[in-house]
Design a binder for this molecule. Structure first.
Ligand SMILES: Cc1cc2nc3c(=O)[nH]c(=O)nc-3n(C[C@H](O)[C@H](O)[C@H](O)COP(=O)(O)OP(=O)(O)OC[C@H]3O[C@@H](n4cnc5c(N)ncnc54)[C@H](O)[C@@H]3O)c2cc1C
Length: 456
């Protein structure tokens, strides 16, 4: 098949590097304001699953590499790093079977849209913390979402999925059908060797009341605040999410580095959610300079807050850590780094998990620790790329003794060393084996553009 016959056969649209506007189209596929310099030769806006299959067969026949693009949210821009990008944005069907407690969703369905549909039916699901992220890459990396302590890592609620394989065939994978592909799909992230065209998800009972409290402390009290949260995490039930956000805030006498303690309880009743927050809040240290008492925060409201915290269009570099170290040590390390952050828009989030949190099953998602942290480096000017990225990498390099690994969805995987930290050694070996078995020619082999990596 040549380019012309592909064009004719597609329901969707093929754009080549020679077409006017190609560069803008390619850059528009990436959510980060910092765009990869390396661009594909072909972009296909797939309209159907058959289009996805056609693209894969065309690429295989012509010796091209292929990268599916969900929402382009991976901070490295990896979704467009191949000869041919298959944009899945049009695969956005969503259907809920309330009786079976299942949902079928196309990869482009966003967390926000899924959440709104679940709200209407009274179901819960660990949708991601930002509404604009689609299920596509979110579930593929694992999916660290709201109420993960109780509801678990999202990919473990995948019942089955449809996957286009490197030979262009379409298979349905589950615990019983193609279990090795199913295993890989749940956590491989960009290392997956197929294209997911539909997910079927198990649904949970919704929280009946979601309440949050917010306490803002000067960063000088970060160790004390971490001590309180650490003690709380030992006894807190699984259905409360505890987060420390380290960011520049407006304090009593101007901008200061602050440690904000955010507690969100997902109760089966308002009384339960309130009781959880009161019990933890009782020991909260003195010294906060702003306090927001219990307020209702359904996930839709949480999305408004997180959207303003990470606006589209800024330049981002992000990295993460899982840790089993002392929470105080992790927080102190990040606060010390944040005090030297070149950009005052950068921030970090650190979440100690409840000791009662649900434990992930066996899948490629294999790196985890009691604490999850992510550092968001946020800036505006391209001239500041190097200073910001050098700062981020130094901060996370020096965190190595504290880390059990990094999360592939937030990983700075432009760095080859970081790519070794995304999966346990056993899972990485199994993934490599499966990749050789299913994608021996490296059709789906993709790495972030090294230019996105340049720090000097
Ligand atoms: C603002 C923001 C907030 C975030 N919040 C969270 C959060 O709360 N929890 C969390 O876990 N993650 C979060 N993430 C990370 C996010 O889940 C990952 O970056 C994820 O990859 C985004 O999905 P995507 O479809 O946009 O990925 P893309 O950037 O489109 O793709 C990422 C990689 O996955 C591959 N891929 C994408 N879709 C498919 C598919 N259907 N089949 C096969 N391969 C595919 C691509 O080829 C690429 O290699 C956040 C990211 C951003 C930007």
């Amino acid at each position: 098949m040549n380019e012309d016959s592909l064009k004719k056969a597609l329901t969707g649209k093929l754009i080549t590097a020679l077409d006017p506007g190609f560069r803008e189209t390619a850059d528009g596929l990436i959510w980060n304001g910092r765009k990869p310099a390396v661009r594909a030769r072909y972009i296909v806006h797939a309209a159907t699953v058959a289009d996805v299959q056609l693209c894969v067969r065309f690429a295989a026949a012509n010796g091209l590499t292929v990268s599916p693009r969900g929402g382009g949210h991976h901070f490295t821009g990896i979704a467009t790093q191949a000869d041919m990008v298959v944009d899945l944005a049009a695969l956005d069907h969503l259907a809920i079977d309330a009786r079976a407690r299942l949902c079928e969703a196309g990869p482009a369905v966003t967390n926000e849209r899924l959440n709104a549909a679940l709200d209407r039916h009274g179901f819960g699901f660990p949708v991601g913390h930002c509404g604009s992220v689609p299920l596509s890459g979110y579930l593929l990396g694992g999916g660290v979402g709201w109420n993960a302590g109780q509801w678990g890592i999202a990919c473990f609620l995948i019942e089955s999925a449809d996957v286009v394989l490197p030979d262009g065939s379409l298979v349905t994978v589950s615990e019983t059908d193609h279990p090795d592909i199913f295993w890989a799909m749940r956590g491989a992230g960009p290392g997956f060797f197929g294209i997911v065209t539909a997910y079927r998800l198990k649904l949970l009972p919704a929280a009946q009341s979601t309440l949050s409290t917010v306490r803002v402390y000067p960063a000088a009290l970060a160790r004390t605040v971490a001590g309180w949260m650490d003690a709380a995490s030992q006894r807190a039930p699984a259905n409360v999410e505890m987060t420390l956000k380290v960011e520049t805030q407006l304090g009593p006498i101007g901008p200061v580095l602050a440690t904000t303690a955010i507690l969100t309880a997902f109760g089966s009743s308002e009384a339960e959610a309130k009781a959880i927050l009161e019990e933890i809040g009782r020991d909260a240290p003195d010294g906060c300079f702003a306090l927001m008492p219990e307020m209702p925060t359904p996930i839709a409201a949480l999305y408004e807050m997180t959207a303003s915290g990470a606006p589209k269009g800024k330049r981002y570099a992000v990295d993460s850590l899982w840790s089993d170290a002392d929470l105080g040590a992790v927080v102190a390390h990040i606060v010390e780094g944040m005090e030297r952050a070149p950009s005052s828009s950068s921030f970090a989030v650190i979440s100690p998990g409840s000791r009662h949190a649900s434990v992930p099953g066996d899948a490629a998602f294999s790196r985890i620790g009691a604490i999850f942290g992510a550092v968001y480096t946020v800036w505006d000017a391209p001239a500041d790329d190097a200073v910001n990225m050098t700062w981020l990498r130094d901060l996370l390099d020096r965190a190595t003794p504290l880390k059990t690994g990094i999360y592939v969805g937030y990983g700075d995987i432009g760095l080859p060393s970081r790519r070794n930290e995304t999966h346990s050694p056993a899972a990485a070996a199994r993934l490599a084996l499966l990749r050789r078995r299913y994608d021996g020619n490296g059709l789906f082999l993709r790495h972030p553009d090294p230019a996105m990596d340049k720090v000097a």
